[in-house]
Design a protein around this ligand. Structure first.
Ligand SMILES: [Zn+2]
Length: 254
């Protein structure tokens, strides 16, 4: 049986309220033993911690997501530090920069991103990055901090940028996109990058695998991401399961 880790899944999302325990049971049956649950807004942190506290296979992270910039308040940084000091969290996340939609103010995004990186540096915690159309800015900012590393979630940058992340102690997260034949860019990255740099994720309830297109995504489908990675790299599922879990444990100090 595999011991896979879904390194990015919003299992605290209310869309899972009715069947969260059933999903976890299906995960165990599919060899998914642990799930990292990233935080997105201060308003949802407490609920997330409570859900993770009730189930030891869930690892909580806390952070302020760049797409919820209008929800964040300056005091949330202080609250984040308080939560870091008073709870066992595995990472600061989900944090980052999203330049895809111009509605979200870049100066504000950078403000929250840098403040959270300062906490990651101070408390020696890895970070879970959300990056869209902003890899160069992110990489330049990361080099200003003495970080233990982290995961660039749903990686979609270039091969060269991936090497820069790796040199900063980061792993690259791959998930449901691998299951779509037309995702040639990301499939090529997953094939060519060193296996030691790859971790698996679902990003559920978003980014569903091809076999469940249009439906709610679920961490139990992580097994399909593993299967797709195995076909793309022409390496066995056993070997990939072992190594991606090892990578996740290493970068998150699990
Ligand atoms: Zn996410």
């Amino acid at each position: 049986m595999y011991q896979l880790i879904d390194t990015h899944c919003h299992l605290d999302n209310p869309v899972f309220d009715n069947d969260r325990m059933i999903i976890l049971e299906k995960c165990y049956q599919n060899g998914i033993s642990n799930i990292v649950v990233p935080g997105i807004t201060a308003g949802s942190w407490k609920r997330l911690l409570k859900i993770c506290d009730a189930n030891k296979s869930l690892f909580p992270a806390q952070g302020l997501h760049p797409l919820f910039i209008n929800n964040h308040r300056h005091e949330d940084i202080t609250r984040l530090e308080h939560n870091i000091c008073n709870n066992t969290i595995v990472a600061i996340g989900e944090i980052g920069l999203d330049y895809y939609n111009k509605v979200y103010d870049r100066v504000q995004q950078i403000y929250y991103f840098e403040n959270q990186l300062s906490l990651a540096e101070k408390y020696k915690l890895p970070v879970l990055l959300h990056v869209r159309k902003a890899h160069d800015d992110i990489l330049n900012i990361l080099t200003k901090y003495d970080l233990v590393g982290g995961i660039a979630h749903a990686y979609s940058g270039s091969y060269q940028q991936a090497l820069r992340y790796i040199s900063l102690g980061f792993k690259l997260g791959f998930g449901g996109v691998l299951t779509y034949e037309r995702s040639t860019k990301i499939r090529t990255l997953a094939k060519e990058l060193p296996l030691s740099s790859i971790v698996l994720e679902t990003d559920a309830p978003d980014m569903t695998v091809s076999s469940h297109k249009g439906e709610r995504n679920s961490p139990e489908y992580l097994i399909e991401c593993l299967d797709a990675l195995s076909r793309i790299r022409d390496e066995s599922m056993d070997e990939l399961a072992l190594q991606t879990t090892r990578n996740a444990k290493e970068v998150l100090s699990l």
